[in-house]
Ligand binder design. Sequence first.
Ligand code: TXD
Length: 319
Amino acid sequence: MARKKIALIGSGMIGGTLAHLAAMKELGDIVLFDIAEGMPQGKALDLAQAGPPEGFDADLKGANDYADIEGADVCIVTAGVPRKPGMSRDDLLEINLKVMKSVGEGIAKYAPDAFVICITNPLDAMVWALREFSGLPHQKVVGMAGVLDSSRFRHFLAEEFDVSVEDVTAFVLGGHGDTMVPVVEYSTVAGIPVPDLIKMGWSTQERIDQIVDRTRNGGGEIVGLLKTGSAFYAPATSAIVMAESYMKDKKRLVPCAAHLTGQYGVDNLYVGVPIVIGANGVERVVEIELNETAKANFQTSVDAVKELLVACKSIDQSL
Ligand code: TXD
């Protein structure tokens, strides 16, 4: 059987890390695409030379032409610009919306059967726009944020309880941003819900509230420390979880930005919800029961995403 093909659209910090992880896991051959000339070729060559000592077999290619992504099974999109000092959210929206247009057209032309994972910010709006521009089926286009946000939550909870991260599951819903909704009731240590652990004296409500806050600001905390750029190791690893679930038909149940058609009372919007990813892409949207607080927080998050879409539509009349 021929190797699968993974196209990374955007070969910056996350794109390069994605290539490294995909090669190490031998998920397939990899194309690093970018508008910057030389950089994706340089990263591809450097990574290819990591193959012999590590022992992975994967063809790695750098590209500046969409023709090179032809026939890709998976496309992971990080193309765009991050926010720089002095830039408003709207500036970012306008630039990255244009980027999504060219990426969407490139994917539609050369990889219309791919499973597409969008990472570019502002995530919930960009994944929606990328789907519109590419015209691909909704179940084949998803956004990565929830896996990362819940990983951050899991890390902090594992630290708090002094247990392995492997035994901690955590639930995060809603848009990617300050309004995301970590759901404590559905977060567990080996099946024991966090509220029960509080009752057992493993932690206090106050400390869990602080962890929820820290999770919400998880991206900002890292930006503040790095000073140039944003997190890339955990975002790349999180997107690989999604790609792998599709490529191996694992049917992982993970929180992702998925297209809703009435679930959670939301129609025609991409918002972070639990989904099952398998060989058909998004195979199921899981609608869990939320308590009143989580419901209200989820609605705030949905409203924030809606606002972003209104801004997108006013920038690009074709949307
Ligand atoms: O959870 C999440 N979704 C996120 C999102 C977590 C962390 C970071 N998140 C966002 O991912 C971040 O705000 C950015 O919008 C993306 C990519 O982050 P990364 O750190 O990889 O950014 P880089 O290093 O700036 O890489 C972006 C690359 C860079 O090499 C540009 O030359 C390229 O995108 N670029 C393009 N490639 C192709 N086509 C076009 N038009 C283009 N424009 C820029």
